[in-house]
Design a protein around this ligand. Structure first.
Ligand code: ASN
Ligand code: ZN
Length: 323
């Protein structure tokens, strides 16, 4: 039987929960609430046991612990970006809950996606402060979940660096969307909030100017290349996934700033479609570049597909991935 389907909007901003109405095979009306986030934040209480104790769920008020509320809000911002910009309903496009644990470990200097949840350390207080303070970091970790549910890029070599780069792209877009910043206004920095004042540097990574995010006595200099000429061959870091991601990061930042306007609109859509349009889990930089060009050329006429396609090609050429 043909299903009649209607979409109503309900709820209050920033989340417009959607009531999907449809008629099933028996002719009965089926109502389903969807497209609102379902978040849980747990407290690992400075252990490495996950998830820890549940401390805030979707309908709960803010709690006293700042890290809990920061994680909750960051997950919400990422959910909202995915939904508004890409019509994607959470990580799996089927409303998967967004779960995070904070206060992981003791002086833990990282945040990560463990395949099921986002996990945030508090930092050691010397180099890093708490990782929940950064929307770009939260968006980055969640994006690993989106990648896992889509192209599932191998976390090694070029596909691994693409996985890392796409996570940075979504992290940056989450912050830009939250702040209402255009591509020209954006900092294009990842993790600008998590270094202590003792560090000589402004962020973990710079998407627009890879290799310039920090130059510190203890940490050394930001190792990211901004062109294929500087591609780093190493066995560390799964083949330099956090290093060589500088190359596709710069391609995206150049593409978005070249197009102008809000990066999550045309530029973000092109990257999102390249990721979700049948990309191989072993994609190289060049294969992903071709996928973005194909996605750009398939945009409809109002979005000026030829201009977008030319801009994508220009960006990938500038970083030496395409000729
Ligand atoms: N923060 C890092 C990342 O998400 C953690 C890691 O290396 N797995 O890439
Ligand atoms: Zn990552």
């Amino acid at each position: 039987a043909a299903a009649a389907r209607q979409t109503l909007t309900a709820g209050r901003p920033p989340f417009r929960a959607r009531l999907d109405l449809s008629i099933d095979e028996n002719g009965d009306l089926v109502a389903q609430l969807s497209d609102a986030p379902n978040r849980t934040i747990s407290d690992a209480a400075n252990t490495q046991k996950l998830p820890g104790m549940l401390v805030r769920s979707e309908d709960d008020d803010p709690v006293e612990d700042v890290a809990v509320n920061q994680a909750f809000d960051g997950l919400g911002a990422t959910f909202e970006l995915l939904l508004s910009a890409f019509q994607r309903n959470s990580l799996d496009d089927a409303g998967a809950p967004l779960n995070a644990s904070v206060h992981y470990g003791v002086d833990y200097d990282n945040a990560f996606w463990d395949g099921e949840r986002m996990v945030f350390g508090d930092g050691d207080g010397e180099v890093f402060t708490g990782f929940t303070a950064s929307t770009t970091v939260i968006g980055h970790e969640l994006a690993h979940g989106v990648v896992q549910h889509t192209a599932n890029l191998d976390y090694q070599g070029q596909p691994g660096a693409l996985n890392e780069s796409i996570a940075d792209v979504f992290g940056a877009l989450t912050e830009q969307y939250l702040l209402g910043q255009s591509a020209a206004e954006a900092s294009w920095l990842i993790g600008a909030e998590i270094f202590t004042d003792a560090v000589q540097g402004e962020a973990l990574r710079s998407m627009l100017h890879p290799g310039t995010a920090y130059d510190d006595d203890e940490l050394g200099k930001d190792p990211q290349p901004d062109h294929m000429d500087g591609f780093v061959r190493t066995t560390e870091d799964n083949g330099g996934v956090h290093i060589n991601s500088g190359i596709p990061n710069r391609a995206f930042a150049l593409f978005a700033t070249d197009l102008g306007g809000n990066a999550w609109e045309r530029a973000g859509t092109v990257w999102y479609r390249a990721l979700t349009g049948g990309l191989s889990s072993t994609a190289t930089f060049a294969e992903f570049a071709e996928a973005t060009i194909a996605a750009a050329s398939a945009l409809d006429r109002e979005t000026d597909a030829t201009v977008v396609e030319a801009a994508a090609r220009r960006a990938w050429t500038t970083v030496g991935v395409l000729e």
